[in-house]
Design a protein around this ligand. Sequence first.
Ligand code: DAH
Length: 363
Amino acid sequence: MFLPILMHTFVWESMDMLKELEQLKSDFKTSLSKAATKTHLLELKSVYLGKKGKLSSILKGLKEMGPKERKTLGQKSNEYKREIETALSKKMEALEVFEIDEKLKKTGVDPTYRESLFDLGLMEAGLHPVTLVQREVEDIFLSMGLDILDGPHIEDDYHNFEALNIPADHPARDMQDTFWFKDLKHLLRTHTSTIQIRGMKMQRPPFKFVGPGKVFRSERTDASHEMVFHQLEGMMVDKDLSVANLIYFMKTLLTEVFGKETEVRLRPGFFPFVEPGFELDIRCQVCHGKGCRVCKQSGWVELLPCGMVHPNVLRFGRIDPSVYNGFAFGLGLDRLVMMKYGIDDIRHIHGGDLRFISQFRMY
Ligand code: DAH
């Protein structure tokens, strides 16, 4: 007799527990329909499903059940638990969408627009203006059939000076304040003209190439001078090249870069590695010739020093100057960036201020 009574108790208690579970489910539904925030939802989760929550406390009773009841009730409670979890995460998702919608309504922001993302405090990654302009110029040269070469930042005396016709005690060395290494043999290249020497040794004429990159000068900085800046060296070697070819080439280049014909001025300039040498100035695009601190009130900016390659330099490059000649130029890339965008201080370019740099994002 003992056994049936006990079984009866199990059945009776399990009926009770089932009712409790049903109740729990319907209570949950009501609470869920009232929950209006994400915090509220998290609270509900802990109240119903947490370690000390309602479901756990009902399930404590399972211990007292017979194996059959335990199984049925266990399955039932798992089913309800899953239902509750799914309902919670669905509502959580809906609330998140709602919150975003509300925020957008308030700020008037449309996240499909780049500017709008900025309003939300998000920053888009982009390219540095010097990189942008360098790539643009490289494309122009590639379309003109030139190769693009590279050279090291750490150079030796030979490539930076000697092979460019600037021997050890030549006064022209003072034109470029140099960062020397302790061994006094190596230095941070002061110009990209070093690439001329490397380029000549790599190939036989006729050839034409450009070599862009960073250069370093131990100089006091001001609105138009930086210690680290960028140049783009160009060299063309062939038979019978003339100053007329050089000037035509430079003008075409500037027209391509600025997208219109630009006013230029050619002056004689002295650089030991060219003869004759020129300074090619363009009208200052910051003040349009009126005079400003970038052009030092002159209305003109030195942008493209150039000249016919000196025979000694060709010889250093193992090229016979009685057969070949060439022209070379050194384009100031930072100046070009300043001219293109009307920037009146070179220090903005490398100041690392994101408010400045982010204005040049590529779309
Ligand atoms: N390397 C020179 C400098 O940094 C610029 C230069 C002048 C380069 C004349 C050239 C050139 O190729 O022909 O001051």
